[in-house]
Each structure stands twice: as C-alpha cells, then as structure tokens.
Design a protein around this ligand. Sequence first.
Ligand SMILES: [Zn+2]
Length: 165
Amino acid sequence: MSEQPAINGLEFARKGEKLSGDVSVAALRRVSGLLSSRDGVVHYELSGLVNEAGKPVLQLKLRGRLWVVCQRCLGEMEYPLATDTELELVADEGGLKPLEEEAESVDTVVADKEMDVVSLVEEEILLEIPMSPKHPEGECGEAGHVPAQPKSNPFSVLAALKKQR
Ligand SMILES: [Zn+2]
C-alpha cells in the first residue's frame, strides 16, 4: 500500500465530500499488534458534513473482519468490525471535551489540512476493539466457536473434549 489518502478536514466537511476505500489490515500498524492475523482488509467510508449544530463533522463507517486473540484460551477469535462514528472537527486540542462529557457516539478530532485517513481508521479500530476480548462463556477452544452441543448426546461431548486437546 503506497497510497496514503489524506483529507483537508474542514474543507472536506464543508463541501460534503466523500471518500471510500479499503485499507489492508497489515497496513494498520498500530492495530496489527493486537491481532492474531494480519489478513484481510477494512473497508472505510468517510463523509464530510455540517451537522444541525453547525459543526463540521466527519462520518466514518468501517466494515471488516478482524482476528483477535481470546484472552481466556489464547485461541483465535473473529471480531466483526461494523462501526459508524461521527467525529466532530475541532480547531485544536483545547476544543477536545473530557471523555465523560462526550455523547456516546460523538467523538472529536482536531481538524487539520492534511488528515491521514488511515490514521483515523486506526484510531477508530483501537477504540473499538475490546481490551481483553474473550469467546462467549463455554465456547473457548472450539474450532469456529460454534455453540456447545446438547449434553444429552455423549458423542458430541466426546468430540468437544477431543477438540480441546
Ligand atoms: Zn477462548
């Protein structure tokens, strides 16, 4: 990936521009250390607009599939990425609100004339990935973490036991 898309934040928002593309997971350097696999791509859609309050915002939509490490069994775990975030553009760090004052879905970002889109994508994924991801209770160690079989069938219990070794 030689392409490093960048946007002029305020202009992008005021003109209602749109940009979309794919970033390979391997290119997301700050994120890839948290993942068990660097395969795959993350699709992003970035739209600029001015919201009802007259604030310039960037809407960032991410779709993809990441592979994280379960902190209980250290097995691989699929993490479907599907986020829609609104980033309010602020002039400088002073405009950043303390975290607890932010509405759940509104984040702020410092506007710049050259905002690295891949960085925005990374930032968002870092916020999104759980600190210690875990398979749902009782599903650790099972390939593809399929739901546990009914206990009444001794053969499926045996099969599940075998898989765990
Ligand atoms: Zn697990």
